[in-house]
Design a protein around this ligand. Sequence first.
Ligand code: SAM
Length: 267
Amino acid sequence: MTSGDDDYATPDRLAIYLEIGWSDYLYGTKPGSQSADEPRYPNPRQDRVPPNFPVAAINLAKQWAQTLALDPRSVCDVGGATGRALFELDRQFPSLERLVLVEPSKRFCEWAQRLLASDEALPEVPLADRIGTPKWVAPRARPRPIEDAPERVSIVNAPLELYTPERGFDLVSCFNVIDRHPRPSKLLEALGGLLNDGGLLVLSSPFDFRAASTPDPASWIDDLNALFADTDSWSHVGEEELYYEYRLHDRSWTRLCAQVVAKRRRA
Ligand SMILES: C[S@@+](CC[C@H](N)C(=O)[O-])C[C@H]1O[C@@H](n2cnc3c(N)ncnc32)[C@H](O)[C@@H]1O
């Protein structure tokens, strides 16, 4: 992919992903229910999507790393959009010295750079509103950038296939990218190539496959474990299910359920 065909460059796509990742900071997140006794459907016209998925997924990564007594010094989040998972990794793993985001969308990388590695005031942000037409609003707040970001954080604007790091990683995460990739098994191969021996891969997918991104239906799996048949290379660490939501516009609120698996690369 080149910057000229950035699928995520339009303001409405950016609005969706900024909300998934950062609504608690940028827009304020209203809860989806008033009380346990008085549940209600979220109102897409007023409520905000809470960024619960990256937070919950990285919490799981932390639990799984603890079961292995793994204190990662380096992490790579692949397809991490505007960087919320990397932000959570930094919060959960004080041992991290090197944090890398690999993301092909130029627009997402620009926002990740602003949010993770700069303390400058943010410009107006797009907020999901009328179909195809977000409204631009002043952000309510911004996250504090990652400490020592210039030395510790790298944002690589490339698809994973074009990224060749000098050193491997102790922890690799890749959330909800497999079903946007032309060849899921090739993506897994490339993810495995990033890991140091004994390193941990945390992978998730809601299996929302589409012919436009994954043309061969034979590769539309429904269980991530199917990608890890080679048990000489991988050992199973854990598995969970997590939901996440996105707001396409102010009349459309979608919930997906992702399988999250953790696998350790054998030495
Ligand atoms: C559905 S979004 C998921 C974003 C984020 N990980 C999340 O869970 O909210 C898919 C992301 O994968 C990225 N992506 C697509 N193909 C990729 C590739 N070959 N290498 C790395 N990232 C890729 C897209 O640019 C996009 O940011």
